[in-house]
Design a protein around this ligand. Structure first.
Ligand code: ATP
Length: 295
């Protein structure tokens, strides 16, 4: 669907994006994550043919260039602030982009914008403007939808409904490239995560691999924690001590249960203790900085 190969983007003389290559397949929801200034918006703008670049960007094998946007006819996008005419109503704004009025009504209903769609958009709140921007990106049944920080300014109900709509469109074959600082939210929808720092991709992995990483530890709570600690010490079971519980590695799960049973120590709790997606990402970024520093 989307194929980016060896993309280098320059702003003035500065090389902002450095040899970036990745793919977004049909039905995939790809999260583009990274610190402020990493280059997420610049990558999205480059895909949309809005900046000078070298390398190739292709949508359905059709190349996008700064001067040829034909390949983008099936692409919907929300980048930075939505392009909204303030003196037009939401509906009039949508009509500027829509090629099919049934599809436009469908999008208005999906995003639950009926009550204010006829109001001039200058009177919209931040969240209402954001929803209108998202609605524009979803018009005309796009095959690829690019969303830069879509959850900006949205309340919890709107966030949940956008998440559902993204999943629904992806199930029908649309692909997504989404940047967000709300990692927990992105984690709920994305099928692949691309982590970028200083204009370079440092991780490009399916989300299932992050989920595996996050469940490698188990929390143990027993009726006698001192005795438990001693048993583990005697049997050379590596543990991490926390305030009132112990952590063990996933692969020691059965051995630990057998040991406690043999020593008549009753378990009160044995549960997976996931590192959050956020903690994993912060860990990767810290490691990357340390490695940079050592060079
Ligand atoms: N118009 C511009 N002129 C000069 N430098 C720019 C311009 N736009 C972006 N940059 C630089 O390019 C780099 C990447 O910016 P970009 O907006 O793509 O980052 P980002 O990952 O989207 O950041 P954020 O999470 O803060 O939105 C930054 O170092 C920024 O200073």
């Amino acid at each position: 669907m989307l194929k980016v190969s060896h993309m280098d983007t320059f702003i003035g003389r500065k090389r902002i994006i450095k040899d970036v290559s990745f793919q977004v397949k049909p039905g995939a929801i790809v999260g583009l994550i990274g610190p402020n200034g990493a280059g997420k918006t610049t990558i999205m703008k480059t895909i949309l043919g809005l900046t000078k670049f070298t390398g190739t960007v292709a949508v359905d094998d059709q190349p996008v260039t700064e001067n040829n946007h034909a390949a983008l006819s099936g692409v919907g996008a929300l980048i930075e602030h939505p392009a909204i005419y303030p003196f037009l109503s939401g509906l009039e704004n949508l009509k500027l982009y829509s090629r099919d009025s049934d599809d436009m009504d469908h999008v208005i209903n999906l995003l639950q914008m009926q009550t204010y769609i006829d109001t001039k958009s200058k009177d919209y709140s931040l969240g209402m403007k954001q929803k209108l921007g998202i609605a524009i990106a979803f018009l005309n049944r796009p095959q690829l939808i690019i969303l830069d920080e879509p959850m900006n300014g949205l309340d919890i109900e709107a966030t949940i409904s956008i998440r559902k709509i993204i999943k629904q469109y992806a199930a029908q074959g649309a692909s997504f490239l989404i940047s967000s600082h709300v990692l927990g939210e992105l984690q709920k929808v994305m099928t692949k995560a691309i982590l970028i720092t200083e204009g370079k991709i440092i991780v490009d992995k399916p989300i299932s691999e992050f989920n595996q990483l996050s469940h490698q530890q188990y929390k143990i709570l027993t009726e006698n924690m001192d005795q438990t600690t001693q048993i583990f010490k005697d049997n050379r079971i590596p543990i991490i001590k926390s305030d009132d519980y112990l952590l063990i590695k996933h692969d020691l799960l059965f051995q630990v249960q057998d040991l406690l049973y043999a020593n008549h120590v009753r378990l009160l709790e044995l549960s997976p203790r996931g590192m959050s997606f956020e903690q994993i990402i912060v860990g990767i970024l810290e490691k990357q900085r340390r490695q940079q520093h050592e060079k």
